[in-house]
Design a protein around this ligand. Structure first.
Ligand SMILES: Cc1cc2nc3c(=O)[nH]c(=O)nc-3n(C[C@H](O)[C@H](O)[C@H](O)COP(=O)(O)O)c2cc1C
Length: 168
């Protein structure tokens, strides 16, 4: 039975594609990825384990569907929940706001009492600043389809292997 809800927002399809690859890597545990535009606070509340995926737009702005639904997401009580976050970004084009959306979502989850799991070392990424960084880790998994699409599958494989423990 699917016990992990996966919700994403995607403007050009990169985050949606990553959500599907993450779901496939998790197998039966994962629900079919759903756009954050097509869900509700009640549906999110039904999962004790969640994965959120968001790209960053503008200069450090949330992807549009997340932006439109931030008050709905903020209304969720995350206190009994573990949430893993992934973010699509462009570290060469936007080195000062790389995957900022991960940081925004992590704040929402933590402010709602939830635990953010699935942190990833900053080693191997080239950027200057990011709201997604705490110490020497990202608060979720950054994926860069603009510059490093060849690394996405391996990054997803390593991350989902840790989530099988971290989200339980
Ligand atoms: C106009 C524009 C602004 C962007 N701003 C950022 C940004 O501030 N930070 C970042 O990491 N990536 C930024 N990106 C890169 C996108 O997040 C990246 O292309 C991502 O893969 C898009 O995912 P999506 O198709 O799921 O929305 C930007 C891209 C464009 C075209």
């Amino acid at each position: 039975m699917a016990t992990i809800g996966i919700f994403y927002g995607s403007n050009t399809g990169n985050t949606e594609s990553a959500a599907k690859r993450i779901a496939a890597a998790l197998g039966d545990q994962a629900a079919e990825p759903t756009s954050i535009a097509d869900t509700s606070a009640d549906e999110l509340s039904g999962y004790s384990a969640l994965i959120f995926g968001a790209s960053t737009w503008g200069v450090g702005d949330m992807q549009d569907d997340w932006d439109d639904n931030l008050s709905m997401v903020t209304s969720v009580d995350f206190s009994d929940k573990k949430v893993a976050i992934f973010g699509l970004g462009d570290q060469e084009g936007y080195p000062d706001t790389f995957v900022d959306a991960i940081g925004v979502l992590a704040n929402i989850v933590r402010n709602g009492g939830g635990a953010v799991v699935g942190q990833v070392s900053t080693d191997g990424y080239e950027f200057d600043e990011s709201q997604a960084v705490e110490g020497d880790v990202f608060l979720g998994l950054p994926l860069d389809e603009d510059n490093e699409s060849d690394r996405t599958d391996k990054r997803i494989e390593a991350w989902t292997a840790t989530l099988k423990n971290d989200l339980n």
